[in-house]
Ligand binder design. Structure first.
Ligand code: AP5
Length: 231
């Protein structure tokens, strides 16, 4: 059956890294509200201009903006056989709005929520060392998964960038927002019987193995998954 995967977890837990793997593997669109919002900010759209001040402070962007952006995206034709929501919903309010959107558009796909369980004290280091390719979006880490050539994307050779909210100060605010707004969603999805917990406090390739098992992906000896492993 076609599925909708929801990835939940604190900033830096590895959602983006693993949703990219799952998206490549299952050929499903990876819908990441953080990236969609950053595009609006970059293009200085009305949504982007409003969202920027919240993002700079590590707070949630107002729910109506994110719901509009998500609704537009999930109505695109590539979502017909399922999709992966990375970082959405991020509060009970957003989860209820998403249910309203599903009712409105007649969405009947099975929903699975993956929660990345990891202590947040290890995550600041991951965030301040994160780099990404502005061209293809590939995620790196100066310590746990560096590019082959320093500061240069392995795929497109573009110079790597650092996100403006990946500072220790903003990261602490993002954790506070996570515990206040997002953590209550775990109970919300547990009560619906659709929450799967993943031990995210281990290397990238081991987390990916756990996800493949939970997503019922057959092991394939010939595959070389495009995962970035610790070096
Ligand atoms: P967003 O961009 O979604 O940021 P986030 O949720 O804080 O999550 P991150 O992208 O920081 O972390 P991740 O879990 O994806 O980790 P990654 O795989 O990159 O949101 C940014 C802002 O936008 C929010 O603060 C908010 O303002 C706004 N926003 C977004 N969605 C919103 C919503 N729904 N509603 C309202 N506002 C919203 O990995 C991190 C690093 O660790 C990388 O360097 C990676 O290489 C490394 N790494 C990954 N896995 C491992 C591992 N297993 N071991 C070692 N290193 C690892």
């Amino acid at each position: 059956m076609d599925k909708i995967f929801i990835f939940l977890g604190p900033p830096g837990c590895g959602k983006g890294t693993q949703t990219a793997n799952l998206s490549n593997k299952l050929h499903l669109p990876h819908i990441d509200t953080g990236s969609l919002l950053r595009k609006h900010v970059q293009k200085e759209t009305p949504y982007g201009l409003e969202a920027k001040s919240y993002m700079d402070k590590g707070q949630l962007v107002p729910a109506r903006i994110v719901a509009d952006i998500i609704k537009t995206r999930i109505l695109e034709p590539d979502t017909e056989h399922g999709y992966i929501l990375d970082g959405y919903p991020r509060s009970i309010e957003q989860a209820k709005l998403l249910e309203d959107v599903f009712k409105e558009i007649g969405e009947k796909k099975e929903i699975v929520a993956f929660y990345f369980d990891i202590p947040t004290d290890t995550l600041v280091e991951r965030l301040v060392n994160r780099r990404f390719c502005p061209k293809c979006g590939m995620i790196y880490n100066k310590k746990s998964s560096p590019p082959k050539i320093d500061n240069c994307c392995d795929i497109c050779c573009e110079k790597l960038s650092k996100r403006s909210d990946d500072t220790e100060e903003v990261a602490q605010e993002r954790f506070k927002t996570y515990f206040k707004e997002t953590a209550p969603l775990l109970e919300f999805y547990k009560e619906k019987g659709i929450l799967e917990e993943i031990d995210a406090d281990k290397p990238i390739d081991e987390v990916w193995e756990e996800i493949k098992e939970l997503a019922d992906i057959e092991p394939d000896d010939s595959e070389m998954d495009s995962i970035r492993t610790e070096e």
